[in-house]
Design a binder for this molecule. Structure first.
Ligand code: ADP
Ligand code: MG
Length: 394
């Protein structure tokens, strides 16, 4: 199986439907964060240089198959127009006369955006009739929406079978980076996993146990591992029903020669409403009324040492409640270490990426994944339907 790329597709003078992930946060009628729009610019520009007329399509939010003005892509068209420095036509519908007219009028080098794909029930149903309506608007199909690649929807799967198709540049770079760390990481390969829950990331830990040399665990999920080891964790967020599985993973890691590192000191408070009453304690000193909200300074230092010698680093999930200072200290410390490390670094997950960006450290990361759920499923070793649809069957 080989991914079809833009090099395999002749787009000169053609109308291209470019599926993008413009699922951006909106606020006060405008785009609150345009990271995802900017991530699509290289493919848009490449297609324009090659003389294609570009019809963009995306989902936004969860309107559940019905028109809902709160999820209109109109503000996105405006922002995109500013970024491109040229007009972007906005089609007030996804299919039907408004979409057909917009597509028919589109000249080479021009860009238009269709209304939210999820205003149509056929999108999430991967409906072939809806896909055919989209296909009728254009001559070929390019998918740059890595963030939606784990969903089998009409615009990510059915449509690819109806037209000459290829992956866009963003899709290609996501696959290249994630495939490298999943299948051929340079060693030592150190994985940092954090975030809220063990149950969200269990698949990634299991999958990366096969190739990782060391796994550093922080965040809320570390609490369940500490519980599994018999520590008292007070009122910390944890999943006691996952403790048995955590014990099993710890045993499996020993068998496979993978070192799992857990926090040795933590920052606790009685509640998130009283962060000023925080204390740093060793894990064995967590009290019955304490909740663990961050990793402690000794743990940050221990984790940083493991990153020093790494040739490959994958990080997913914050080390603490980074939204509430001072519990952002652990996440910041790890972010700095990952950004400063010599090894090839990949960061995925909405909150971890936000933490990296808030800290102004994005330049130090080799690959920042734009797809939270999609990058997790990729690292679990699963086949993503939106990627499989872009592969050449041989
Ligand atoms: P990502 O989006 O990077 O994949 P997750 O969504 O899995 O990360 O987890 C992020 C959330 O985990 C954050 O909202 C953070 O506040 C929360 N979190 C991290 N550590 C803790 C903790 N010790 N207790 C409670 N919540 C935590
Ligand atoms: Mg998240």
């Amino acid at each position: 199986m080989a991914l079809k790329t833009l090099d395999d597709l002749d787009v000169r003078g053609k109308r291209v439907l470019l599926r993008v992930d413009f699922n951006v946060p909106l606020a006060e009628g405008g785009v609150a964060d345009d990271t995802r729009i900017r991530a699509a610019l290289p493919t848009i520009n490449r297609l324009r240089e090659q003389g294609a007329a570009i019809l963009l399509a995306s989902h936004l939010g969860r309107p559940k198959g019905a028109v809902d003005p709160r999820y209109s892509l109109a503000p996105v068209a405006e922002r995109l127009s500013e970024l491109l420095g040229m007009p972007v036509v906005f089609a007030s519908d996804t299919v039907g006369p408004a979409a057909q007219e917009t597509a028919a009028r589109l000249e080479p080098g021009q860009v238009a955006l269709l209304e939210n794909l999820r205003f149509q029930p056929g999108e999430e149903q991967n409906d072939s009739t809806f896909a055919e309506q989209l296909a009728a608007l254009v001559d070929c199909y390019v998918n740059d929406a890595f963030g939606a690649a784990h969903r089998a929807h009409a615009s990510t799967v059915a449509l690819a079978g109806l037209l000459p198709s290829a992956a866009g540049l963003l899709m290609e770079s996501e696959i290249t980076a994630l495939d490298k760390v999943l299948r051929a990481p340079d060693h030592p390969f150190v994985v940092i996993i954090g975030g809220a829950k063990v149950s969200d990331k269990i698949g990634v830990i299991e999958s990366l146990l096969a190739t990782a040399d060391e796994i550093l665990i922080g965040g809320g999920m570390a609490n369940t591992f500490l519980l599994a080891q018999g520590h008292q964790i007070g009122t910390s967020l944890a999943e006691p029903e996952q403790a048995e599985l955590a014990r099993e993973l710890l045993a499996r890691a020993v068998d496979q020669g993978v070192a799992i590192h857990l926090p040795s000191d933590v920052v606790v408070a009685q509640s998130l409403d009283a962060p000023e009453q925080h204390r740093t304690v060793a894990v064995r000193e967590v009290g019955a009324d304490d909740a663990i909200f961050d990793i402690g300074p000794t743990t940050i230092e221990r984790f940083n040492e493991r990153l020093d010698h790494a040739k490959t680093i994958v990080w997913n999930g914050p080390m603490g409640v980074f939204e509430t200072p001072p519990f952002d200290n652990g996440t910041r410390g790890i972010a700095k270490a990952v950004a400063g490390a010599d090894g090839y670094s990949v960061v995925g997950g909405g909150d971890s990426v936000a933490a990296i960006e808030q800290a102004g450290l994005a330049d130090g990361i080799d690959h920042i994944s734009t797809g939270g759920g999609a990058s997790l499923e990729f690292l679990e070793g699963r086949t993503l339907p939106g990627i499989a649809a872009l592969e050449e069957r041989r």
